[in-house]
Design a protein around this ligand. Structure first.
Ligand code: SF4
Length: 333
């Protein structure tokens, strides 16, 4: 499959009161059309900032984001002019974490779903917008008879369906889901994930699925990127990342994934200490203060991000020498 998106050397820095925080540092990865990329890492690792740079909610400080438009044109959308950007923006939408706060309580659900149509197609007749919004509502499992109600009348899972309908009504190509199911109960989570999977097939969508929940990411993703302190430290096929991690941080994360088999007790690899302050990251390898394999060299040298096996990238100077713990895929399913 062809790449629909290619992120190259993306940086995002925030400066306030003379303090610069590197929220995203030199992140590169590619996304194939129709696949789901999971982006994982602890809170504050830069995954949400990365997602927001991809949908252009934030302007990246440096780097390139190549996007293949529906018309087959490849553009670096960090550099395109405003007019072209408007056209591209509707092809890349975001679904947010909190359905409670992301919906305007004073608008009816019908108006909420119609909003992106109004913004992108100002000349479209209202009746056509109503029709499209109703069809989309039905597709995500909302009863069209209830669309004149306000968001407070809906449950958490239904509100997330409203958020999904609003993002999909303008027929985007890529959806960035930022902790899209994290605020929901586990049983509702499963329903929303299944809905996202069905919609992906039907509408040929590509997902970038940002989550701290590894079990959810394992379930939904074709490939996974692991972020630590603003950097992508490992990237590869979901099975590679979950069963044969090559970065010590990923190894520790995977050891904490709950296993389905009650007879199988997995020894958890503790992560020492706290996440360092991103305004003042450690020297050398950013992970060295918490890594159980750290050597003197790790404290001085920044590890290169390289392809350790086909399609599997890692940023650890010792990745070829370490034999990290493997995890059984079946046991974690
Ligand atoms: Fe650990 Fe060193 Fe690899 Fe960093 S470079 S992850 S400190 S072994």
């Amino acid at each position: 499959k062809d790449n629909i998106l290619e992120v190259k050397h993306l940086h995002k820095r925030f400066t306030s009161k003379n303090v610069t925080v590197k929220a995203v540092t030199d992140v590169s990865f590619s996304v194939r059309e129709g696949e789901t990329i999971g982006i994982v890492g602890e809170s504050g690792c830069g995954k949400t900032t990365l997602g927001r740079c991809i949908v252009r909610a934030y302007d990246a400080s440096e780097g390139e984001v190549f996007y293949r438009t529906e018309a087959g044109e490849e553009v670096d959308f960090l550099k395109v002019d405003k007019k072209k950007m408007k056209g591209i923006r509707k092809e890349i939408q975001m679904i947010f974490q909190d359905p409670y706060s992301s919906l305007d309580p004073r608008m009816t659900v019908l108006d909420i779903i119609k909003e992106p149509l109004k913004a992108n197609y100002p000349k479209m007749p209202d009746s056509q917008m109503d029709q499209m919004a109703k069809e989309m509502a039905e597709k995500v499992g909302l009863n069209p008879a209830y669309l004149m109600r306000y968001p407070h009348a809906f449950s958490g899972g239904q509100r997330q369906r409203i958020g999904i309908a609003r993002a999909l009504v303008i027929k985007p190509k890529i959806i960035v889901c930022d902790e899209a199911v994290s605020a929901l109960d586990v049983s509702i989570q499963a329903q929303v994930i299944n809905l996202l999977k069905d919609l992906q097939k039907e509408m040929k969508l590509t997902y970038i699925f940002i989550s701290h929940d590894l079990s959810v990411v394992e379930h939904i993703s074709d490939r996974v990127g692991v972020m630590y302190l603003g950097k992508m430290v490992e990237y590869g096929e979901t099975e590679q990342i979950f069963t044969h991690p090559k970065h010590p941080y990923t190894e520790a994360l995977m050891s904490a994934v709950p296993v389905a088999d009650p007879n199988f007790i997995q020894e958890r690899i503790p992560l020492r200490g706290e996440i360092p302050n991103p305004a003042n990251p450690p020297s050398g390898c950013y992970f060295h203060t918490r890594c159980r394999y750290c050597t003197e060299k790790c404290k001085e040298c920044t590890p290169e991000y390289f392809e350790i096996e086909k399609g599997h990238f890692v940023a650890c100077s010792l990745a070829n020498e370490l034999s990290l713990r493997g995890f059984s895929y079946e046991e974690t399913k």
